[in-house]
Each structure stands twice: as structure tokens, then as C-alpha cells.
Ligand binder design. Structure first.
Ligand code: PLP
Length: 414
């Protein structure tokens, strides 16, 4: 692979190869990451890279769009089938731009959004002060129950009735439990709000029936395609049919120009994979692995936010290990385990330090790892945290990780 690049630009080729090796040799535990199939990678690097296709199938602003229409239509049909959506727009370049297009479609500057506080699991694009979302709109942050770490639906309802937000967002970047979309709908109806679910993290689980669907409860559903869904980096908006026109207009020409047609091809390929029976088994295994990882960590006296998990991620409170999230991330990296520091509800530390780490199982499950490997990983994590700055022990763990990952190659036979 990459034989042309190798000949024409060794500098770029070498960096790509080093990144490939890093992915193969480490345990990827970042909950928002995954390894797309080789077919998806091929589609993403296809000849569609070269094509402009502003507009939508049958209504393009450029000539030569026959095959762009075919590939976008295929992606749309498959996407709607996976999620049971009435309408889909598969052009958003990212999860953030999908969210932006929804806000632009239904909100005016200064309107209120009720969303999960970022320190309690929300995403930057749900209202961080430095994000367009926090700058253009008035954000009402909802906090989880500090004792249980669970979404506090009663509190959410109180906030909704007090502030009457125009939009309520359900969905999170760091929440390990099932989200009750039906309850959110009841709150939105009472407050007269639009309801948007951002299922970026759990889209694969939703597609496979491992997490309840946001349909028919939500007016808008956004997602990324590169997390549990295992596609290329990108976004999607789904909605009720009645909102189709305002969504499409806001994606193009509202906030984007030409769609990335090579990524569209890769989205179509990934959606094709998501429709296969193996995908359901894969998503099932992600959840089983996450539960096994939680069990292994609990056995090693780790504290888990909410006490466990229902989905693909585990959120660890590192305070009883006398360690910040930042330090834990660095130590794990030295041991060959890639994870990220994460704020936890009521976190006394700053967002760049944090008291938690977030661990996810989508990527290791893609490699074919199962429950016994998850228990081993929990053991590695425990030993690494206990080792602290003992470089020798971290190196020993790193070597064990390398041996383990070599038994589960990502891109075998390719
Ligand atoms: N929404 C949620 C819930 C996310 O977790 C993320 C990314 O992690 C996004 C949106 C943003 O996606 P992107 O990085 O593609 O903009």
C-alpha cells in the first residue's frame, strides 16, 4: 500500500507509516475512536477526492455529478434504513458542523439551549463558551446528580420549565449509561422546545439496537460517522420530514460549500457494513467488553462514575488513586495504552487536568478482543497506575501490550 507516495514523498510516507505502527502496537482506548475497515479507507481515498458537487442529488451547481448523485443517494438510502429516519443529510463535514446546521436551522442568535454541562459529559459544540455554540446562544447547562453521576431528569425538567429553551440537546461525549429519549421528549413538549439528540458516541449501538433509538422522540438527530459507527471522519443529520428543507438549506449553502464526495463514498461503504448482520454482533461485543472492563477495574478498586456502564465507555474517577486524569493519561501512554483525561461530575480540577479518565472499547473490539482481554487490560491499567513514575514497570507493561496487540492485528491480510 502507498507505493506511489513512498516513491514521491518519503517524508509524508514515513509519518503515515509511523502512525500506522502506533495504532497497531498500542491499545486504543479512546472512546470516540475506532479503526475503519480497509474498504472504508479505500473509499475515502478514491477518485471522488477530485470532484466538486455543491447542491444535492439531481440539483447540483456543477456538471459531471452523475456518479456523485449515485453515491450520495446510496449513502442516504442506507443511512435512513439503518436508523429508521424520515430524512437524512449526509454532507456535514463533522459532528460539530452537523450540530451547527441544526442550530442555524431553528435558532436565532441569543436563543436558549438547554444541554448537558461539559463537565458532566456534554460536548464542546453543545455550548462551550469558546465554541460558536456558547458564543451565539444562551446556554443553560444541566448537571448530573453528583452522588450517582446519572442524568437528573427532574432537575432537567425544572430548568426547562424555568428557562423555556428553544432547543434541548440530549446526548453526550462522556456518559456511560442509557439516555432516556422518551423522558427528554416529555420535557421538551412541556417546555415547548425542539429536541435534538447528538448520538455521535452511541450511533453504532443505536444502529444495532444496543441502545434505544432517539426516533420517534427527537426532531433532529446528529451524529459523527467515525466513532462506534466505524466509518470515515464526518457527520450526519437526520430529522423528521417536515424539517428536511430547513436542514438541507443550512448545510448547503448555509455553512458548507462542496461536500467531501470521497468521504461520502466512505460513508456509503460504512453504512453498508452497518447493515450487515456481523455489525450487530460487533456492537453487542463492544458493550460486553465495556462491562467486562468495568468489572476488571472495579475488582482493582477503581471508582467508576455511575458505578458501571451500559454502553461503550467507562468513566473512571481517579481521586481514590490520588492521581489526576492528566497524570493517568500520561502514565497509561507510557504503558502503551491510549486514553484521555476527562472531567467528571463535580470535578475540582481544571478541564486541562481533570480527575477522570475515559476509556472506550470500540477500537479494541474491532481488533477482535473479547472479555478475557478486557480483564487483562484492566490489570495493565491497574499496574500502570500503581507503578506511577517507575519507568521500568511501565516499559514491562508496554512490552506485554505490544505482544498482546500483535495477536490482534488491525489490518490483517491487507
Ligand atoms: N458530538 C459529540 C457528542 C461528540 O462526542 C463529538 C466529538 O467527540 C462531536 C459531536 C464532534 O464531532 P467532530 O469532532 O467530528 O466535530
Amino acid at each position: 500500500m502507498f507505493e506511489h507516495l513512498k516513491k514521491s514523498d518519503e517524508a509524508v510516507y514515513d509519518i503515515i507509516e509511523r502512525e500506522h505502527r502506533r495504532q497497531e502496537e498500542n491499545l486504543e482506548m479512546i472512546a470516540s475512536e475506532n479503526f475503519a475497515s480497509f474498504s472504508v479507507l479505500e473509499a475515502a481515498s478514491s477518485f471522488f477526492t477530485n470532484k466538486y458537487a455543491e447542491g444535492y442529488p439531481g440539483k447540483r451547481y456543477y456538471g459531471g455529478c452523475l456518479h456523485c448523485d449515485e453515491i450520495e443517494t446510496l449513502a442516504l438510502v442506507r443511512c435512513k434504513k439503518i436508523f429508521g429516519a424520515e430524512h437524512a443529510n449526509v454532507q456535514p463535514l463533522s459532528g460539530t458542523s452537523a450540530n451547527m446546521a441544526v442550530y442555524f436551522a431553528v435558532l436565532e442568535q441569543g436563543d436558549r439551549i438547554l444541554s448537558m454541562d461539559l463537565a458532566h459529559g456534554g460536548h464542546l459544540s453543545h455550548g462551550h463558551p469558546l465554541s460558536f455554540s456558547g458564543r451565539f446562544y444562551e446556554i443553560i447547562p444541566a448537571r448530573n446528580n453528583l452522588q450517582t453521576g446519572l442524568i437528573d431528569y427532574d432537575e432537567m425538567e425544572k430548568l426547562a420549565m424555568k428557562h423555556k429553551p428553544k432547543l434541548i440537546i440530549c446526548g453526550a461525549s462522556a456518559y456511560p449509561r442509557i439516555i432516556d429519549f422518551k423522558r427528554y421528549r416529555a420535557i421538551a413538549d412541556k417546555a415547548g422546545s425542539y429536541l435534538m439528540a447528538d448520538i455521535a458516541h452511541i450511533a453504532g449501538l443505536v444502529a444495532a439496537g444496543e441502545h434505544p433509538s432517539p426516533f420517534p422522540f427527537c426532531d433532529f438527530v446528529t451524529t459523527t460517522t467515525h466513532k462506534t459507527l466505524r466509518g470515515p471522519r464526518g457527520g450526519v443529520i437526520m430529522s423528521k420530514k417536515e424539517h428536511a428543507a430547513i436542514i438541507d438549506r443550512q448545510v448547503f449553502p448555509g455553512i458548507q460549500g462542496g461536500p467531501h464526495m470521497h468521504i461520502m463514498a466512505a460513508k456509503a461503504a460504512a453504512f453498508g457494513e452497518a447493515l450487515k448482520p456481523e455489525f450487530r454482533l460487533y456492537q453487542r461485543q463492544i458493550v460486553l467488553n465495556s462491562k467486562a472492563l468495568a468489572e476488571g477495574l472495579l475488582k482493582n478498586n477503581f471508582t467508576l462514575v455511575t458505578g458501571g456502564t451500559d454502553n461503550h465507555m467507562v468513566l473512571v474517577d481517579m481521586r481514590n488513586k490520588n492521581m489526576t486524569g492528566k497524570l493517568a493519561q500520561n502514565i497509561l501512554e507510557e504503558a502503551g495504552i491510549t486514553a484521555n483525561k476527562n472531567s467528571i461530575p463535580g470535578d475540582p480540577e481544571k478541564p486541562f487536568v481533570t480527575s477522570g479518565i475515559r476509556l472506550g472499547t470500540p477500537a479494541v473490539t474491532t481488533r477482535g478482543m473479547k472479555e478475557p482481554e478486557m480483564l487483562r487490560i484492566a490489570g495493565f491499567i491497574n499496574r500502570a497506575v500503581e507503578a506511577g513514575d517507575d519507568k521500568k514497570t511501565l516499559e514491562a507493561i508496554r512490552n506485554e501490550v505490544k505482544a498482546m496487540t500483535s495477536d490482534f492485528p488491525i489490518y490483517k491480510n491487507e
